[in-house]
Design a protein around this ligand. Structure first.
Ligand SMILES: [Zn+2]
Length: 216
């Protein structure tokens, strides 16, 4: 079977830095160990969000992504799409799962607009990337394959992931706006296949063209 893998990739330099689910069917033999163990608390969090976003029940595991990463790049998640049907699972870089758990404990700590120093902004950027990775991979689970479309849709769903983890809608929108003007904006130069000029209010990839509340 021809297997295609889809990643969430960021440029390192660009960064401010037993389950109740059905058993996922490993698409790579190397993923069997991860998928056969029960989900951790962080993985349950990501699964619950992905389930609500997709209305499917993908398993999510934090662990080795099983790929070679180009120098200078950070791959934060991977979805393997089978030739037919939706993906059963996606994998997240363990540090992304840590940020999901930390965010859930204290969402306000990761509000970028409340930051007054670089260290705080770096934490907020990493948390935003973790939220964006869950929504990005969820759109792959829904079957979308074009990275620039998936990244744009995922960016517009950051607020949803944030509010699912306890943030207010207003903070979720601030995080999405922050991601949009930092990590997303840098993609034009650093990871251009994940960027599109059509990812804008009223653009081809605007999920809610009737609304002008861009990014949410
Ligand atoms: Zn992707």
């Amino acid at each position: 079977m021809r297997l295609r893998t889809f990643l969430c990739v960021a440029a390192l330099a660009g960064l401010a830095a037993s389950s109740a689910h059905a058993q996922a069917r490993p698409l790579r033999p190397g993923d069997a160990g991860l998928l056969s163990r029960g989900a951790t608390v962080e993985e349950h969090i990501a699964e619950a969000v992905a389930k609500r976003l997709t209305r499917l029940s993908p398993s999510v595991r934090c662990g080795p992504l099983g790929i070679d990463v180009p120098p200078g790049m950070l791959v934060t998640g991977i979805t393997l799409l089978p030739a037919h049907g939706p993906a059963d699972y996606f994998l997240l870089l363990p540090q992304m799962c840590n940020y999901l758990a930390w965010f859930r404990q204290d969402p306000e700590r990761y509000d970028p607009d409340a930051c007054t120093d670089a260290e705080c902004s770096k934490l907020a950027a990493s948390a935003a990337l973790a939220l964006a990775t869950v929504s990005h991979e969820s759109y792959h689970v829904l079957g979308y394959r074009l990275e620039k479309q998936v990244e744009c849709y995922g960016m517009q769903s950051i607020w949803y992931v944030a509010t699912s983890l306890g943030a207010s809608v207003a903070e979720g929108q601030r995080i999405a706006a922050y991601y949009w003007r930092t990590t997303y904006a840098r993609r034009q130069q650093t990871t251009p296949t994940y960027w599109s000029a059509d990812c804008r209010d009223g653009g081809k990839y605007d999920l809610r063209p009737a609304s002008h509340g861009w990014r949410s």
